[in-house]
Design a protein around this ligand. Structure first.
Ligand code: GLU
Length: 491
């Protein structure tokens, strides 16, 4: 018999930007699907209408797009309309399906309407605790029939629908990450499927959706491990086939506490803002809980897909290693073709208000990026590197005042200006610059700091800082002339 097509899903409950942990779950599911030539589904678990807003869903979709994690079924990334035969893909639009399933369980005697109030349930739990038992809720003393329940609800009463944990036994499954896991059924009491306000609960929706969407493998965060017990009970009650589960180990902060806002940037959006490349972030999260059979650390998407199997998941928690992420980013950044790198750098320069006219010239861009990229860890490093090249930002720093007071400075600037004017082309190479400096030295009779610092002030407005032999070749003669003229005006 042909084996079933692999179908996996990422099922976020969107509340704000996508967290790196969520990005990892999404990536692993995506890679697993692609490795097995299967389908990857995005399902939005937005039944908590107060917390899961439409806006959050858009933000998460945006983050997934940025990471280039694409789904075969789910909300269309552009229009948000359902895409695929198993929709709707937003749980808030599937309530009728959950109600119909809940009814089915009630009819089969596997679930019941529960009219007990929160206070009554609280008292039951307290009594259990006082008697030294676990505070789990069992069925009420008097069961209300489905027909009777519906009448009472129509009359304005409220009732939850509760699953009946009738069997006392162990539930065992083989977790694809952790191996065999066993839960005794009495870990849970009769649990709510539909709340008295009509809202279905996570375990209930998730089971039904995974079954109806024909999900074959569920890779999700470790915190959902214990939910698997309730879900297994539900699969059994409906007679649905159990998918394979794999619970991914936590990602911890450097202090080995669960990664959270306290550790600084934790959302994909934060990393985008900080100038990380999606390729690097993907590759980094890939290795936070999985390792390649080849031992490679930097893997193209193609290689990731080729090598991704569940056998390589780590059972131990991953520790978020910022230094490694920085290293990964600089590797990807340096490998980008310059046209592409410029496309990514440009928004950072714009945001910093840097207008660089020479950047229109592809040869100039190539030269500038060749020079600067080795100094860049993230795209956010670009503005300070490019700043000296923006004419509009040229200004004299406080410590250049001293240089203005030196008697040699004016002579240096006059000679520098003259040499620039004589220079036959609009651009100056590093070798030409060295030769020019020698000529200025002789013409002005200045040497050492009384030579170099005035030239520096005439190029970057300050006596210290970035290396001129790097910057001068990137500045057109017209800019250099304008700058030295400003020195002479102030001399
Ligand atoms: N909506 C759940 C979450 O965001 C998904 C859990 C699951 O994958 O089953 O954590």
């Amino acid at each position: 018999m042909a084996s079933k097509k692999v179908r996996v899903r990422f099922a976020p409950s969107p509340t704000g930007y996508l967290h790196v942990g969520g990005a990892r779950t999404a990536l692993y599911n995506y890679l697993f699907a692609k490795h097995h030539k299967g389908d990857f589904i995005l399902r939005v678990e937005d039944t908590d209408l107060e917390r899961s807003t439409e806006e959050s869903m858009r933000m998460q979709i945006q983050d997934l797009k940025w990471l280039d994690i694409r789904w075969d079924e789910g909300p269309n990334p552009e229009t948000l309309q359902d895409m695929g035969p198993h929709g709707p893909y937003r749980q808030s639009q599937r309530k009728h399906i959950y109600m119909e399933h809940a009814e089915r369980l009630v009819q089969a005697g596997k679930a019941y309407y529960d009219f007990r109030t929160d206070e009554e349930l609280e008292k039951i739990k307290e009594a259990h605790i006082a008697a030294g038992r676990s505070p789990q809720v069992g069925p009420p003393d008097v069961m209300v029939s489905a027909d009777e329940a519906k009448k009472r609800i129509a009359g304005g009463e409220k009732a939850a629908i509760r699953f009946r944990v009738a069997e006392v036994r162990d539930y065992t499954f083989v977790d694809l990450v952790r191996g065999e896991v066993t839960f005794p059924s009495d870990m849970v009491g009769d649990f709510v499927c539909i709340r008295s306000n009509g809202m279905p609960v996570y375990n209930f929706c998730c089971t039904i959706d995974d079954a109806l969407m024909e999900i074959t493998h569920v890779f999700r965060a470790e915190e959902h491990l214990s939910n698997t017990l309730r879900q297994m009970m539900l699969y059994q009650a409906f007679g649905y086939e159990l998918p394979k589960f794999g619970h991914l180990s936590f990602i911890l902060g450097p202090d080995r506490q669960k990664l959270s806002k306290r550790h600084g940037a934790t959302s994909v959006h934060d990393y985008e803002e900080k100038g990380y490349l999606p390729e690097a972030l993907n590759n980094f999260v890939l290795l936070s809980g999985w390792s390649a059979p080849s031992g490679d650390e930097v893997l193209s998407r193609e290689e990731q897909i080729r090598q991704f199997t569940h056998e390589r998941f780590n059972t131990a928690a991953a520790v978020f290693d910022n230094t490694k992420l920085e290293w990964m980013n600089s590797v990807y950044l340096r490998a980008l073709p310059h046209d592409e790198l410029w496309r990514r750098v440009e928004p950072f320069l714009k945001r910093a208000g840097l207008e660089i006219p020479m950047a229109e010239d592809p040869a100039w861009r190539d030269q500038a990026l060749t020079t600067f990229k080795s100094y860049m860890t993230t795209l956010a490093d670009a503005p300070k590197l490019f700043l000296p090249l923006a004419d509009s930002k040229f200004a004299f720093t406080e410590d250049s005042k001293e240089v203005f007071a030196w008697p040699e400075s004016k002579k240096v600037w006059e000679a520098w200006k003259e040499q620039l004017e004589k220079h036959p082309s609009d651009r100056i190479t590093e070798a030409e610059f060295n030769a020019l400096q020698d000529t200025v030295k002789n013409a002005a009779g200045a040497k050492g700091k009384t030579l170099f610092q005035p030239i520096r002030v005439a190029v970057i407005g300050q006596p210290h800082g970035a290396e001129l032999k790097i910057l001068v070749p990137l500045l057109p003669k017209s800019s250099l002339l304008k700058r030295v003229e400003q020195c002479l005006k102030n001399a």
